[in-house]
Design a binder for this molecule. Structure first.
Ligand code: ATP
Ligand code: SKM
Ligand code: MG
Length: 189
């Protein structure tokens, strides 16, 4: 598999709570790739939590930092990069995501509600009714997530390991016809 991907990085996109961070770590380990998480990198460079950035500087400032981090991390090869749920919003971010293979983790909203009910770390979900908020976000982002190279539909009971197996099964089907030129380009670097 790693031979087939030839150093290409993998970006995980999708709604909050779909498991980009959780699944990404397992995927990176299986591929022997490095793992990055844009949310973690943002907190590290700013020395602030995401909630603090939203409260003090606002969402647009957060999106600026997110784009900057993505620009830097997209230069890495042999990496799995878990992104923030809103990374797809800025058109410019797609030019960075296209450095690698973009995989959309898609989980039914009802499952996200169960997972995020007690969460206090995601500012967009605080002080609002969770299910309608998630539905509104999904409605406005679905078209963007669907720009990914690969769409992974996840059932409620699938473990991160099962999801990784599903991803690894599907990658050869898209990478051979569509990403051959990317693979060659990265090999030359
Ligand atoms: N396959 C799974 N089965 C059960 N629970 C899961 C699964 N994947 C993730 N979770 C749980 O769901 C919650 C959210 O997962 P995670 O933080 O990985 O999502 P995320 O997509 O990275 O969200 P964000 O966009 O906010 O960063 C965590 O509590 C995690 O343990
Ligand atoms: O979906 C979103 O807009 C967000 C998702 C999280 O990963 C964080 O990046 C932040 O809470 C915003
Ligand atoms: Mg995450």
């Amino acid at each position: 598999m790693t031979d087939l991907i030839r150093g290409l990085s993998i970006f995980l996109v999708g709604m909050m709570g779909t498991g980009k961070t959780t699944v990404g770590q397992v995927l990176a380990k299986q591929l022997g790739y490095r793992f990055f998480d844009t949310d973690v990198l943002i907190e590290r460079v700013t020395q602030q939590s995401i909630s603090e950035i939203f409260t003090i500087q606002g969402e647009e400032a957060f999106r600026d930092i997110e784009s900057q981090i993505l620009m830097e991390v997209c230069a890495c090869t042999k990496s799995v990069i878990a992104t923030g749920g809103g990374i797809v919003l800025r058109p410019k971010n797609w030019s960075y995501l296209r450095h690698g293979l973009v995989i959309w983790l898609d989980v039914p909203t009802n499952v996200l509600v169960q997972r995020l009910l007690l969460d206090t770390t995601r500012p967009l979900l605080q002080e609002t009714e969770l299910k309608p908020k998630l539905e509104t976000l999904m409605d406005s982002r679905k078209r963007l997530y669907s720009e990914a190279d690969l769409h992974i539909s996840i059932e409620n009971a699938q473990t991160p390991e099962e999801i990784v197996a599903q991803i690894l099964d599907r990658i050869p089907l898209i990478i051979l016809p569509e990403k051959a030129s990317y693979s060659v380009k990265i090999e030359e670097n």
